[in-house]
Design a protein around this ligand. Structure first.
Ligand SMILES: NC(=O)c1ccc[n+]([C@@H]2O[C@H](COP(=O)([O-])OP(=O)(O)OC[C@H]3O[C@@H](n4cnc5c(N)ncnc54)[C@H](O)[C@@H]3O)[C@@H](O)[C@H]2O)c1
Length: 449
């Protein structure tokens, strides 16, 4: 079978080419040809890897007769005609797992810098001015942060806010997205309560120009705005009016309405008046679309893309068998009105010989090792399942807790508290997508024997 050919249209971290070649793919790099030149040869390729060089439209897709996938080394897919590509059976691959941590940290950095006037203070000192009162800052403590769009990036930002005494609210068009780090509310409740608004929505017909004067004025209090999503989510003229009136207290903008699709340059042609206002405004902090653009995310984005391409072709990451993360149920814990009465009931009717903790089931795994699973009713007022509000908690047996925690951290999963070690094994706690707390246990079963 001939090697699958991949056309790389933007340069990326070297591991992308290396690891794909190691897995038997044939890489072709073309970082300069025009869109029509690429269209002339794209029928030869099984896949393309692109950042944002040009739009993948119907015309391009009609030329790409053998394309199995399009991988975008970034989070959003708005530069691709998604419906048309999917109608042709082309797999679309993005890598939000690769840069969400960067976006979370950048959003927090912008917010803290605005609150503490770091940028203006720094500029003034360099110009020879030692202005302390003028640069008196604000504290996040006690404020309410509203996040619109609670997906990869929104969740990452909320996670970064965990160490602050802030209330975090999120609004999303999908239901039940909240987790232990943010409470989902209606848009009007968010507008009523928020002191800070951070946007983490995709650019769609519904979110285009979403933040306009009517939207801003619907906020009850003056607020700070952070935008790391897309420039066109905000009407800059209306943002400027709100900065002038004081309704918006300050803005951290990593993205601008005037950016081109390729996000590469801004300063061609005449500068709009609103942009000139932003450039001169002291309570505006600008960065050139780099929220997701770190040394670490460059490598992580490439790795996520490689993994997803391998997954598409081989079903798992080649070279490694699908790794065992969880090896069994370690415990089933649930709240009960009267745990003692319940234990007696289970003993009487199901023959479970309970002790004060419930019962430990013993079994042997495929290798003949002794393994245990714990069954325990807890008192209803237990705090052990927090921040989850659910009446149950699962415990999973895991093969290697330290390695798994490093992987989960990398994947943006929320960890609860600090891992702990006991004579019967190591423990750590995470939240699943719905905010259910899960206990992870790397067991040392024989400690119970
Ligand atoms: N500045 C950067 O460097 C950078 C880096 C990465 C991502 N981004 C941008 O961040 C944004 C979010 O990316 P993501 O990976 O988190 O996307 P995502 O798809 O994981 O999450 C977006 C969330 O927004 C919600 N949403 C969609 N339309 C909405 C609406 N009208 N109102 C409220 N919620 C809505 C979705 O339901 C989803 O939960 C995108 O615009 C992306 O392009 C920017």
């Amino acid at each position: 079978m001939s090697a699958k050919k991949i056309l790389h249209l933007d340069s990326n971290h070297q591991i992308l080419l290396q690891q794909l070649a190691d897995s038997g793919f044939e890489n072709h790099e073309d970082y300069t040809s025009s869109k029509s030149e690429v269209e002339a040869k794209i029928a030869d390729y099984d896949g393309i890897v692109i950042r944002s060089r040009f739009k993948i439209d119907k015309q391009f897709l009609d030329c790409a007769r053998n394309l199995k996938f399009i991988a975008r080394v970034g989070a959003g897919l708005e530069s691709i005609d998604i419906d048309y590509a999917e109608s042709k059976g082309i797999e679309l691959i993005a890598a939000p797992e690769g840069n969400r941590n960067a976006v979370g940290e950048h959003s927090l950095g912008m917010l803290l810098s605005l609150f503490n006037k770091l940028n203006t203070a720094d500029r003034e000192i360099r110009a020879g001015h030692w202005n302390r009162e003028k640069n008196r800052g604000h504290e996040l403590d006690g404020k309410t942060v509203g996040i619109i769009g609670y997906g990869n990036m929104g969740k990452s930002f909320a996670k970064k806010l965990r160490g602050f005494d802030v209330e975090v609210l999120c609004y999303d068009i999908q239901e039940n997205v909240s987790d232990g780090n943010a409470k989902q509310v209606s848009l009007s409740e968010l507008q009523q309560k928020a002191d800070v608004l951070s946007l983490h929505i995709p650019w769609t017909p519904e979110t285009d120009k979403m933040v306009d004067s009517a939207f801003i004025n619907a906020f009850e209090k003056p607020f700070w705005l952070i935008n790391t999503s897309r420039g066109k989510n905000v009407v800059t003229d209306d943002l400027v009016s709100a900065l002038e009136s004081g309704k918006i207290l300050g803005a951290g903008l990593d993205v601008l309405e005037y950016e081109k699709l390729s996000f590469e340059n801004l300063f061609d042609g005449e500068m709009p008046a609103a942009f000139q206002y932003l450039l001169q405004s002291e309570n505006v902090l600008l960065s050139p679309h780099i929220a997701g653009w770190t040394v670490e995310s460059k490598q992580r984005l490439a790795q996520v893309i490689v993994n997803k391409i391998k997954m598409l072709y081989f079903g798992y990451t080649i070279g490694e068998m699908p790794e065992k993360r969880v090896t069994g149920i370690g415990g089933f814990f649930f709240k009960a009105k009267d745990p003692d009465a319940l234990k007696a009931w289970y003993k009487q009717h199901l023959g479970i010989p309970v002790d004060q903790y419930g019962w430990t089931f013993w079994w042997k795994d495929a290798d003949g090792n002794d393994c245990s699973t714990q069954w325990s009713p807890f008192k209803e007022d237990t705090t052990y399942y927090e921040p989850s509000t659910k009446p149950f908690m699962q415990n999973f047996r895991v093969e290697n807790l330290d390695r798994l925690l490093a992987q989960l951290k990398n994947e943006g999963v929320t960890l609860v508290g600090e891992p702990e070690s006991f004579e019967y094994g190591k423990f750590a706690w995470i939240l699943d997508l719905e905010g259910n707390k899960i206990e992870l246990w790397e067991p040392f079963d024989s400690a119970f024997l």
